[in-house]
Design a protein around this ligand. Structure first.
Ligand SMILES: [Zn+2]
Length: 116
C-alpha cells in the first residue's frame, strides 16, 4: 500500500475534533460508551457514529460486558501522533478528571463511592 495514501487515510480519520476527544478519553485505558457520552456531552447517535469511524480505521476495538459496551485503543502509537500535533500547534489539551460527574459507568461509580 502506498505510504502517502495510508498516511492521508489516518489523518482523515483524525480530522475531527470529537474523534480526537474520544481518543484522549481512551488514553488512560478502556471506557464504556456511557462514560464517553457523559464526558463529552454529545448525543449517543453522534458518539456512536464517531466510534464506528475510529473502529473501522482499526484504531479502537469494542467489547461487550453485560449491558455495557467498552472501547479501547488498539493502536497506542496514535497517541504519538496526537502528541506531535500538540507540539506543532503549541496548544495544550485540558487535563481530564478521573471521574466524570453524573456518569453511570461502573468505573466512575466506584470512584464516587470512595470519595463520599
Ligand atoms: Zn464514567
Amino acid at each position: 500500500m502506498d505510504y502517502y495514501e495510508e498516511s492521508a487515510r489516518l489523518f482523515k480519520t483524525l480530522m475531527h475534533p470529537a474523534r480526537l476527544e474520544i481518543l484522549e478519553i481512551l488514553r488512560d485505558g478502556e471506557h464504556c460508551v456511557c462514560h464517553i457520552e457523559a464526558a463529552l456531552g454529545y448525543r449517543q447517535a453522534y458518539i456512536s457514529q464517531q466510534l464506528s469511524v475510529l473502529r473501522e480505521a482499526g484504531l479502537i476495538q469494542d467489547r461487550r460486558d453485560g449491558w455495557n459496551i467498552y472501547y479501547r485503543v488498539v493502536q497506542s502509537k496514535v497517541f504519538d501522533v496526537l502528541d506531535a500535533a500538540q507540539a506543532v500547534t503549541g496548544v495544550k489539551r485540558a487535563r481530564r478528571k478521573a471521574a466524570v460527574d453524573h456518569c453511570p459507568c461502573p468505573q466512575c461509580s466506584a470512584i464516587e463511592a470512595v470519595a463520599v
